[in-house]
Design a protein. Structure first.
Length: 247
């Protein structure tokens, strides 16, 4: 009986260009796509990959030799990730692109569109990805003029950038609130230990108080001497701006 040897999985770098894409010039040429995708692999530690390129094939259908060969390799379990420059290089049909991305996910294959900031393994920005598909599909079908396509693409990129910044800010705010809540919970747990205190000793003070800052004595306009004392409690910091002792 012949023994089957499992082959290691690789990443698929998919590139596509058709005559319809001529207006974009070198920015999406097959060679420029290969360079960008190989640089992405290098920066992300991906060393085992294969390039699949369909030069001269439209993105409005998926009957392309390199694409079909890539799908066959996926079916044979040889690919773990499909990487493209942007989703328009993969295809210009919104419905079919979405179907293929879902098909890849079901087979455990990751899909990355580098310039779109899309990664099927991550949730960030996923809600914006279909909008890019719609814009590309309408452009390919001639439903919108070239100038309008460029305007919509620019607006999409700006909205995606703002969305990403907004998500990051919300995450930072959430993390800060969670940090404060955790600190408050820890302080409350300590306080609960001393609900009934018969004598305030050094051990209790050390558990409750982080530090006490005593400022130099000063005089006010009435020539009275006062001294500011700041008390910082464990985990929650200073509760009041300051405590003044008048003498």
């Amino acid at each position: 009986m012949e023994k089957t040897i499992d082959q290691p999985k690789k990443a698929a770098l998919y590139c596509r260009l058709s005559v319809d894409d001529g207006r974009s010039g070198e920015s999406i040429s097959i060679e420029s796509q290969k360079i960008l995708l190989k640089q992405y692999c290098k920066s992300h530690g991906i060393t085992d990959y294969e390039v699949y390129d369909d030069d001269g094939y439209s993105g409005t259908n998926f009957e392309r030799p390199a694409f079909e060969r890539m799908r066959e390799d996926i079916d044979n379990g040889l690919i773990h990730t499909v990487i493209v420059k942007d989703q328009s290089r993969f295809g210009r049909s919104y419905i079919e692109v979405g179907m293929y991305v879902e098909e890849f996910k079901d087979k455990g294959v990751r899909f990355i569109a580098v310039d779109d900031g899309y990664d099927s393994m991550k949730s960030d920005y996923d809600m914006m990805f279909p909008m890019r598909n719609v814009i590309n599909e309408d452009s390919a079908l001639g439903k919108i003029p070239e100038s309008r396509y460029e305007q919509m693409s620019e607006k999409y990129e700006q909205e995606q950038k703002e969305l990403g910044q907004g998500i990051l800010q919300l995450k930072q705010e959430f993390d800060e609130v969670k940090k404060q809540k955790d600190a408050s919970d820890r302080f409350i747990n300590i306080v609960k230990k001393y609900t009934y205190i018969n004598e305030l000793d050094a051990n209790i003070l050390n558990e409750l108080i982080d530090r006490i800052v005593v400022h130099h004595k000063e005089k006010d306009q009435s020539d009275r001497t006062y001294q500011q004392i700041e008390i910082y409690y464990r985990f929650i910091g200073r509760l009041k701006p300051q405590t003044d002792i008048m003498t």
